[in-house]
Design a protein around this ligand. Structure first.
Ligand code: F3S
Length: 423
């Protein structure tokens, strides 16, 4: 790959041995994917995927410490994925012991490292860092060094930024060096669609199911999606952005999508239209029956498929402020219709700490609490990622959580019925 004299000098040690190793790592990464050059990272902030002080991640903590000790830190501040533990989330004595004393016993020292490396602020723990209340929202054309898959796909597709689906650690390397290898979704060619998705549904598709269907079909390719205008219109308002947040996370986890275009809605599709579609692109038609098939074929991996749900998670990726308000209304209405006072299944909604703070300033917070729903800032995946919780019968409206854990997926309407009516 071509390196500028400045980049070559860094590689040769002009900024010290540790920085040279950072550069070498990036060059090797770029070479693997056929990068032609390194380009500057241009976003104001970075976002890191590694947020959890999991004891077995000692090599990561050691590496972070080497960077701190050598003074090789990023000039960018960053947000980071959600914290793994919250005492407000239902857990029994043994689970709490495992979370705090065994699994995430390094959380405190790791957060200290994150602070030394440049964490934006104490509220910057969320995967939905681009929400207004969090403030890490890149602009169109910004080059990023992110790794969190749900954030990468949102930044590329909805914000028009440019970022590859990097791995954890590579995200901080790019930010420290200030350069990332130029390939894939950073290039005009790599942002072209090799699939046309024709949505031919009679009702607005469930965001998480549509994303899942597309992800499983196109895998890491770029889809150009048509037929959504009658539900989403042509403006990226709050409601559409929340829809696309959930949709994109499902494409990125049920498949490996890093960028999608939606006709007449997402920035590049608005600008370039069908010229984004490559010649010979494959076509996938999605109707209501196809979405029903996708949901029907999800494997149920509970030990007892007929078990009563013990816990419900909504908010993976983290919920927006408007989603929290809408869900509060819906839960209240569901309870009223069924004559119940509180949700029938312990339920946790997850959101960014900064959004939680804003929500708590509104009357909705007391109303939601009165329904029995717990509001937390954790990542449900981190909660579920151990044998004790993995054997619990957990339900969720998140296709990402379904993909990576034993949690069972239901549509939002089904979740609502289960928690408010028990059906
Ligand atoms: Fe976010 Fe954790 Fe889900 S990082 S997307 S809440 S798995």
């Amino acid at each position: 790959m071509y390196l500028t004299p400045e980049q070559q000098a860094i590689l040769d040690g002009s900024k010290g041995e540790t920085m040279a190793k950072v550069m070498k790592t990036l060059v090797m990464y770029g070479d693997t994917f056929g990068a032609d050059k390194m380009v500057p990272v241009t976003s104001e902030y970075n976002h890191l995927v590694t947020s959890f002080g999991l004891k077995m991640m000692k090599p990561v903590f050691d590496l972070m410490q080497q960077l701190i000790d050598a003074g090789v830190v990023s000039s960018q501040q960053f947000s980071v994925d959600p914290r793994p533990v919250d005492k407000n989330v239902p857990a029994n004595f043994l689970q709490n012991f495992i979370f705090n004393k065994i699994m995430y016993s390094k959380q405190e020292s790791y957060e200290k490292q994150l602070n030394e490396l440049g964490l934006m602020n104490e509220d910057a723990f969320t995967c939905a860092c681009y929400l207004d209340q969090v403030g890490n929202k890149p602009g169109k054309g910004d080059v990023l060094s992110w790794a969190e898959s749900s954030a990468v796909v949102y930044a590329n597709s909805v914000l028009g930024a440019r970022c590859n689906r990097n791995s954890g650690i590579m995200d901080i390397m790019g930010s420290i060096a200030g350069f990332v290898p130029h390939f894939g979704l950073l290039t005009d060619e790599g942002r072209k669609a090799t699939w046309v998705i024709k949505v031919d549904c009679k009702r607005k598709p469930e965001a998480q199911l549509l994303g899942s269907a597309i992800g499983m079909k196109v895998m890491e390719d770029v889809p150009y999606i048509t037929g959504m205008e009658k539900w989403l219109g042509t403006e990226l308002n709050d409601e559409n952005c929340a829809y696309l947040k959930d949709f994109g996370a499902a494409t990125a986890s049920n498949g490996a999508v890093g960028l999608y275009h939606i006709e007449n809605l997402t920035p590049e599709a608005k600008e370039l239209g069908a010229s984004l579609v490559t010649e010979g692109a494959q076509v996938y038609v999605i109707d209501d029956a196809e979405l029903e098939r996708v949901q029907r074929e999800y494997p149920v991996i509970w030990k007892n498929p007929n078990a009563k749900p013990k816990l419900c998670f909504v908010g993976c990726p983290h919920m927006s402020l408007q989603q929290l308000k809408d869900w509060t209304d819906r839960v209240e209405e569901g309870l009223k219709a069924s004559g119940n006072q509180k949700v029938l299944i312990p339920t946790v909604f997850t959101t960014a700490p900064a959004v939680k703070k804003e929500f708590e300033k509104t009357p909705y917070a007391a109303r939601l609490a009165a329904t029995g729903v717990v509001l937390s800032y954790i990542c449900p995946l981190m909660y579920m990622n151990n044998p004790l919780c993995g054997s619990m019968s957990v339900i969720t409206s998140s296709n990402k959580l379904r993909t990576y854990t034993t949690a069972r997926y239901y549509t939002e309407a089904q979740i609502l019925d289960k928690i408010t009516k028990g059906v």
